[in-house]
Design a protein around this ligand. Structure first.
Ligand SMILES: O=C(O)CCC(=O)C(=O)O
Length: 297
């Protein structure tokens, strides 16, 4: 990022039950963004980090590397992503392989993220995701019949952790009306050096720019007719300490830089949608009948 017209982003705390003040809720409405410091306790952050590392340790990198290495396997590679909505799968960093298709970094550093049903399939992530404090907070944010649709552990490993380009979560997790809310938990300190989030406060009010959806059997990005433009040079960095929760309206543009530092930047994200909204069949993320979405409380 070159220009930093930094807007001061207000920071709040929740009470023991996870509730926030009316002032915080006004900020949420105005900015489409709510920063809650110390929401996750340090032992919770440690448990999630250990559980994520254990999943990577158990992951068979050779089997999955084979899916991604050959161009003739393009279909298999997209299937690996497209059918991950109700599974726990590891996704490699772009720079993880050398030109012979061998891992260029240790396996423990090679993973970009794990997705997308950690919260329903792994007991450590499940306990964290369905904790009453979080359900109480979500209940205050104006989303009816909230359900966790997706979860991800984003690693941003030192030197290799990739950029996440500017996007709005509602483009990927589209509902009618727009109801998706992102919950981004810093499990480690997130700084300018290791790839903290950048945001455009207030720009959720302009609506969605695009939709990522299945058209003629293939996932594609479609520009929406009323597409707003947002000026990415106006981005505000959000440096936060471990335990901070950043809540993002599904139409709020956000971004993170590549991590070129020597420190990792683990984050856990959950995305809620309203069970009362329409969830289209051409969205990329579809769950099988064996793992229906659950209400938060
Ligand atoms: O963790 C990051 O760097 C980006 C995460 C993100 O954009 C998301 O969860 O929607």
């Amino acid at each position: 990022m070159t220009s930093q017209s930094e807007i001061r982003v207000s920071r709040f705390r929740s009470d023991e039950a996870g509730r926030v003040t009316a002032d915080a809720l006004q900020t949420w409405d105005r900015d489409g963004l709510l920063v809650i410091e110390d929401f996750a306790f340090s032992d919770q952050c440690r448990q999630l980090i250990s559980a994520a590392d254990a999943l990577v340790e158990d992951f068979d990198e050779e089997e999955v590397a084979a899916i991604f290495s050959a161009t003739s396997q393009q279909h298999a590679a997209s299937q690996y992503f497209e059918t991950s909505g109700d599974k726990i799968r590891c996704f490699f960093e772009e720079g993880a392989f050398d030109d012979k298709g061998k891992l260029a970094v240790p396996k423990s550093r090679s993973i970009n993220k794990i997705g997308h049903a950690l919260h329903d399939l792994n007991p450590v992530f499940e306990r964290f995701s369905y904790q009453p404090r979080l359900a109480n907070l979500v209940a205050q944010l104006g989303i009816s019949e909230p359900q966790w649709l997706q979860s991800m552990l984003i690693f941003k490993q030192p030197a290799i952790g990739g950029e996440v380009t500017w996007h709005q979560d509602g483009s990927f997790l589209y509902t009618v009306p727009q109801t998706v809310i992102g919950f981004w938990f810093a499990l480690e300190d997130a700084t300018l050096e290791n790839g903290c989030l950048w945001v455009l406060p207030g720009q959720h009010k302009n609506g969605l720019r695009s939709r990522f959806r299945r058209i003629n059997g293939r996932l594609q990005t479609e520009t929406l007719p009323e597409a707003p433009s947002f000026d990415e040079n106006d981005g505000t960095p959000l440096e936060v300490s471990a335990g901070t929760l950043v809540v993002l309206n599904g139409a709020l543009p956000h971004y993170s830089e590549a991590n070129r530092s020597s420190k990792s930047r683990y984050a856990y994200t959950l995305h809620a949608i309203s069970g009362a909204a329409d969830y289209p069949e051409d969205n990329w993320l579809q769950r099988g009948r064996d793992l229906p979405l659950r209400r938060l409380s």
